[in-house]
Design a protein. Structure first.
Length: 429
């Protein structure tokens, strides 16, 4: 059992510069809509990316009748509805609540949980994280203090394969080889060993201790004025458990490749990706028609369809989804760009499609401005829109490796952009 032992906040000699949050968290949700240039935007949290088919159809219908008809997948496995009509917030909330997508209005923006999307399907993980997912979501929704978490705070539940453990979560659980689970906060080099039964409660306790130490002044563990190791020390004391030394957070590996996923006994599931994370009404309809019981959205803007027959994959490909590892769209991402965002310096999605090559190499992410919304956390090539000397649109191209940004070139949107990007993606490969 977990023990609740009171430990007062402490001072630290940690020299990191604290982030000062002098305004409230304006992260959009399903109830707090964001005014964008293409209409209102709603972000619907989908813990672990798991949707029942009826819930998926509710989202598709809401996008069609209230918005622009498309569903936009996020890097946390959530869904955004864009182009929403003015004044539709009440109707949208009623639809989502009726479908079970708003179990707690106070906590709807705090339900940020990514989970290994192939857990329990392919026999490769150390544990099925679905029980953790259900328990943690229920605990978060029942916690008074958790309602004070920012809409950016992130939990990760990794079944041991290392796919979501490296996504920069604030609190992570990873199934251990000999049973139990490793608990980590931020990029801490130490962790705690907890039983698998106690793991969800331990993750929530770590978040609650973060809230005590942050006093509402920061939104993420990395923004605390103390090292993550010191926060983890407090968590270990409260849990009355032992601490262990953990390797650095692994890169996000083992992500689902597009195609057929073979499970124990020859069972099949399907994995597809949405080009630039955007699904049209027709594509979403094909996905929900193929799904059997549930579907799982991934942090890589894809969808896993458990227990779906292999012969349905061609239909998903014909709808325009990525179904093979050799697709030129694989690894290509972009923010919304123009005309949806006033900050954007270019229509990045059109530029990405125009410069599409043969694929391969590092992922490439197109950003309309220096904010680089939605950019991946691992190694990648980034293209940031920037004005050129003749007042046209251009891009600054850089390679990001191990968190370090190395400029490669600055170019306009001429025909040479595709070649420059291809060279950057394969540089030093």
């Amino acid at each position: 059992m977990l023990a609740a032992v009171s430990t007062p906040p402490f001072t630290s000699s940690h020299q990191a510069t604290a982030v000062s949050r002098d305004r409230g968290d304006a992260c959009p949700g399903a109830l707090r809509l964001h005014a964008a240039d293409d209409g209102a935007l709603a972000r619907v949290r989908v813990p672990g990316g798991v949707l029942r088919v009826d819930q998926a159809r509710t989202l598709g219908l809401a996008a069609r009748e209230l918005g622009d008809g498309e569903l936009h997948l996020t890097s946390r496995g959530n869904v955004q509805l864009r182009g929403l009509e003015t004044g539709c917030g009440g109707e949208l909330a009623a639809r989502l609540e009726a479908a079970g997508l708003l179990p707690s209005w106070r906590h709807e923006r705090m339900r940020n949980i990514v989970a290994s999307p192939l857990s329990g399907l392919d026999g490769r993980g150390r544990a099925d994280v679905r029980p953790w997912l259900r328990a943690l979501d229920e605990l978060v929704c029942a916690s008074e203090s958790a309602a004070r978490l920012s809409g950016r705070f992130l939990f990760a539940l990794d079944d041991g394969r290392g796919d979501v453990a490296g996504l920069g979560a604030d609190v992570s659980l990873q199934a251990a080889a000999q049973g139990g689970a490793w608990l980590r906060v931020g990029a801490s080099g130490i962790g705690a060993v907890v039983s698998r039964e106690d793991a969800p409660r331990a993750a929530l306790l770590a978040a609650e201790i973060f809230l005590e130490l942050s006093a509402g002044r920061v939104w993420r563990v990395a923004e605390l004025p103390i090292a993550a190791d010191e926060l983890m020390e407090q968590v270990v004391r409260r849990l009355r458990t032992r601490k262990i030394t953990l390797p650095s957070a692994p890169p996000a590996t083992g992500r689902p490749a597009p195609g057929v996923v073979i499970g124990p006994g020859g069972t099949t599931s399907l994995s597809v990706l949405a080009p630039l994370g955007r699904l049209t009404d027709a594509q979403w309809t094909e996905v929900t028609a193929t799904a059997s019981g549930e579907l799982r959205l991934t942090p890589w803007r894809g969808v896993v369809l458990p227990a779906a027959p292999a012969d349905r994959l061609p239909g998903l490909g014909a709808a325009g989804l990525i179904t093979t590892p050799d697709s030129p769209w694989l690894g290509v991402g972009a923010c919304i760009g123009r005309p949806g965002c006033a900050r954007s310096g270019s229509d990045v999605r059109t530029d990405a499609a125009t410069a599409l090559g043969t694929g391969g190499g590092l992922p490439a992410y197109w950003s309309g401005c220096e904010r680089r919304c939605g950019r991946p956390s691992g190694d990648h090539v980034e293209l940031v829109a920037t004005p050129t000397d003749d007042s046209g649109n251009g891009y600054r191209i850089s390679v990001v490796r191990d968190g370090r940004v190395r400029p490669i070139a600055t170019t306009d949107t001429s025909s040479g952009l595709a070649a420059t990007l291809a060279a950057a993606r394969t540089h030093d490969q």
